[in-house]
Design a binder for this molecule. Sequence first.
Ligand SMILES: [Zn+2]
Length: 177
Amino acid sequence: MTKIEKRKAAFIDRDGTLIEEVNFLSRLEDLRLFSFAAEAVRRLKESSFLIVVVTNQSGVGRGIFEESAMHAIHAQLKTDLELDAFYFCPHLPTDGCRCRKPNTGMIEQAAQKFSIDLENSWMIGDKAIDVETGFNAEIKTALVLTGYGRNAARELTRKPDVTAENLLEAVWKITEN
Ligand SMILES: [Zn+2]
């Protein structure tokens, strides 16, 4: 029997972390990649991280935009960046699903599919719920101060492993360990 090699992953939030925060982003013309995103993703790949985007998209469940509009945005992001997978939660906060962050459903699904080494994996995001997702999944956590990050830094009662100005700085800190 061959032993399956487990890979570490960087679970990255989308809005406010990889791209500029736009309320209920649904149009390609409103998509603004952060200038440092490509370099940050490239450095993570060089350090053998699998790159998994995990995003709450309740705009789908609320009927604000079509799921196809979101897929078009993800297709564009996949063209621009070396991303391995996307997981999204289309549900409303009141739906009580397992996938909406800070629940860990998206991380668990990805961990199973890609045989992820969670012990060496990170959750990176700009909201308190992103960091809490990492706490709940018992993986390492990085808060970025773009998007809603400054509010999150005040809200969080437990400190993330890393706090950084933006995704690239977070990646420097993560990969130097
Ligand atoms: Zn969900």
